[in-house]
Design a protein around this ligand. Structure first.
Ligand code: LLP
Length: 416
């Protein structure tokens, strides 16, 4: 469900014509709907109301200040993965007591800054990291709280690169080591190990893998309790899948119906870390047709956006629906929608049926709100594109297009 739709042949984001935004800001650009964004957050909040969880938006999916501010204003916490994300979260007034920090490679500086900030939990991903957090906390004379990120070693039906809950992946701590750490908790004088964290992967559309992992972790927590070890928090991660093409993902309510009864019995404070579910379908990428070429074998629609702007099709073979922004009733034809980058992997769609398009037509690449802009690069010396947000009948630029000066900042021609 989202707020991008055709009205009288024109594609709208809420009350604003997408083509009119293109006229003002140029192409390509990312476009977010405030309503879709906040509706999805509220859907989770409502579905899980009985548990009153801390919903920490995974800002790695979309770190735009206006996006995170919109969610923080509704009570969201933030799931961070770097000190940069932490600083952005603080800029929009996120409550440190609703910030959780996962990353397999937290640096000493990042740990110290997070301690100084007073975040809720470090989601710890290895024993040496725990020792490092303790060492720094001792030095700073501060006590901190941590959850151990357990790698539950369960299958998650998703792309290899977004599957994190198997022992073949770098994430989390295996159960045996986790048990040993809990038993040796006294070693960590300044870290209260007060929770357990899991995140098994991303774009998981069915409930079963989550339920499996959660049950496994709860059995483990029961085992700890039997040994007299008590914890307060259970962070169940993110990973909820969305519709890109013809997926039939569980709704927030269906997810809640499955897991709330299980979670409720634990008496633990629940933390969630949804990213894509909230922002994925709240954003599109708008690009303009530059050329159409037919080499006898294939038709190519060459657009002004590229893999440096949206890398998901190349990196994960991800499917993103593509729609002409002005309704186009021309006959459909098969084509590759490709960008200007010097790589054969620079495509948004391969062998896609699209109505015949021509130079200057605008195309919307759908479901681009999550892991879109945040994964953009300057490859081929291309500036990052603007981000625009619509609320009702208004739109505002929430990040400007980079300039050539931005691209050159800090770069030097040295003389030896
Ligand atoms: N929590 C942790 C610890 C995570 O690593 C992630 C995502 C999330 C929460 C949020 O997951 P979500 O609810 O968004 O599925 N770039 C890939 C996705 C990478 C996911 C990274 N971790 C993509 O474009 O599909």
């Amino acid at each position: 469900m989202h707020d991008f739709e055709f009205k009288a042949g024109q594609f709208y984001c809420e009350g604003v014509k997408v083509s009119s935004i293109a006229e003002r800001v140029g192409t390509p650009f990312y476009l977010y709907s405030y309503k879709t964004l906040t509706d999805h957050f509220l859907k989770i909040q409502r579905a899980f109301a009985r548990l009153n969880p801390i919903i920490c938006f995974a800002m790695k999916s979309n770190g735009n200040l206006s996006v995170i501010k919109s969610l923080v204003d509704l009570g969201a916490g933030i799931d961070i993965v770097s000190v940069g994300e932490l600083k952005k979260a603080l800029l929009v007034g996120a409550d440190p007591k609703k910030i959780v920090f996962a990353s397999v490679g937290k640096t000493g500086e990042e740990i110290a800054f997070a301690i100084k900030t007073g975040i809720l939990l470090f989601n710890v991903e290895s024993e040496p990291e725990l020792a490092e957090i303790n060492r720094i906390a001792v030095k700073m004379g501060k006590k901190v709280q941590a959850a151990l990120r357990i790698n539950p070693d369960v299958p998650a039906p998703t792309h290899e690169y977004t599957n994190t809950g198997s022992l073949k992946k770098k994430f989390g701590i295996d159960l045996r080591t986790t048990r040993q750490i809990f038993k040796a908790w006294k070693k960590y004088s300044h870290v209260k190990i007060n929770g357990v964290h899991i995140h098994i992967g991303s774009q998981i559309t069915s409930g079963a893998p989550f339920v499996g992992a959660i049950k496994k972790v709860i059995a483990f927590i029961d085992e700890l309790r039997a040994e007299g070890i008590r914890i307060e928090y259970l962070d169940i991660g993110g990973g909820l899948g969305i519709i890109y093409k013809d997926e039939n993902p569980q709704t927030a309510q269906q997810y809640a119906d499955k897991i709330v009864p299980i979670l409720e019995k634990t008496g633990l404070k629940i933390i969630m870390e949804p990213g894509r579910f909230i922002v994925g379908n709240a954003g599109i990428f708008v690009t303009k047709v530059l050329y159409v070429k037919d080499n006898g074998l294939k038709k190519f629609v060459i657009v002004d956006g590229g893999m440096n702007d949206l890398i998901r099709p190349m990196l994960y073979d991800a499917y993103h629906e593509i729609v002409p922004v002005i309704q186009n009733k021309a006959a459909q034809q098969k084509c590759d929608v490709v960008g200007p980058i010097c790589e054969s992997g620079d495509f948004f769609a391969l062998d896609r049926l699209l109505p015949k398009v021509k130079k200057n037509d605008l195309l919307a690449v759908m479901s681009a709100g999550a892991y879109g802009y945040v994964m953009a690069s300057n490859y081929n010396v291309r500036p990052r594109v603007p981000e625009v947000m619509v609320k009702g009948n208004k739109f505002k630029i929430v990040k400007e297009r980079e300039t050539f000066q931005d691209l050159m900042r800090g770069e030097r021609i040295v003389r030896w």
